[in-house]
Write a new protein. Structure first.
Length: 277
């Protein structure tokens, strides 16, 4: 079952265009959308510096809520990622930058019928070709909470919600998409408890359905995050894996999948410990 989208404004079909505005090179969903969000494209920092619309502010990530003229009820989230002096800056010097990868992946998921907030624009500000900041503008799902928020709440997670999340992950993998950062923070649940995928910078497309090894790799961050929330969360995660395996045609192999996931997590934790010493 796909999430109801009648709470979202009507957005033109995707026919991406490329624009340069000052130091920012933008990739926009369509020429029509570019005209509607012109104020954001001209000066994204003007929105990000407004305290009345700012909803998240750290040294690396700043997020502001902006209105959409495409529809009187529409709202979008504008996110700026600052590179600082880390290695990501130089990696994005030689490859497609993170926000542009997220833009590309979001459109691909949307075209495959997999729920993700509709992406409107992505841009990179560069100085002498070195990326300094990235911007991503996506529609806001209202109301919505992350799966992490639901896990923190007292009481068990509804079985229907677990089944929906498992089914959507299975559908994404069956379509050949690897999320790349599949954590409980990157799954949104809307007002009908339907899941949506966000933060798609690390995603990639496979030639065919995601195989066993790739599925274990995509799930290991998810499992690592769930493990921090105690026995009820771990029990819900095991139930999710059971529904996932059934949806992928791997019914009866849940323990084998869990064991492979445990080994991947153990290897990751051991590698992290070695790197610290």
């Amino acid at each position: 079952m796909m999430p109801a989208q009648n709470h979202q404004p009507v957005i033109a079909d995707a026919a991406p265009v490329t624009l340069r505005v000052g130091p920012v090179r933008w990739r926009v969903r369509s020429a029509e959308v570019a005209e509607a969000i012109r104020a954001v494209l001209l000066d994204p920092e003007a929105w990000l510096n407004r305290k009345d619309v700012l909803i998240h502010d750290t040294w690396r990530i700043r997020i502001a809520r902006v209105p959409l003229s495409l529809d009187p009820c529409g709202r979008a989230l504008l996110r700026r990622s600052s590179y600082g002096k880390g290695g990501a800056q130089w990696r994005d010097f030689f490859r497609t930058a993170g926000p542009l990868r997220a833009f590309r992946n979001a459109l691909a998921l949307e075209r495959a019928g997999i729920a993700t907030p509709r992406v409107l624009a992505a841009g990179i500000a560069r100085s002498f070709h070195v990326p300094k900041a990235g911007y991503l503008l996506v529609e806001e799902i209202v109301p919505a909470v992350t799966l992490a928020t639901l896990v923190r709440q007292p009481g068990p997670i509804p079985v229907a919600t677990i089944r929906r999340v498992a089914g959507m992950i299975a559908r994404m993998h069956q379509q050949g998409f690897i999320h790349g950062d599949l954590t409980i923070n990157n799954v949104l649940l809307d007002g009908q408890s339907q899941p949506w995928f966000i933060d798609l910078e690390r995603g990639r497309r496979c030639p065919g359905p995601v195989n066993w090894r790739q599925a274990v790799e995509d799930f290991h961050r998810f499992a690592r995050h769930v493990g921090k929330f105690g026995a009820p969360a771990r029990f819900a995660a095991l139930r999710l894996l059971k529904h996932y395996c059934a949806a992928r045609g791997w019914a009866g192999r849940e323990r084998e999948f869990s064991a492979a996931l445990y080994q991947r997590l153990k290897h990751k934790l051991d590698a992290d410990r070695s790197a610290r010493f």
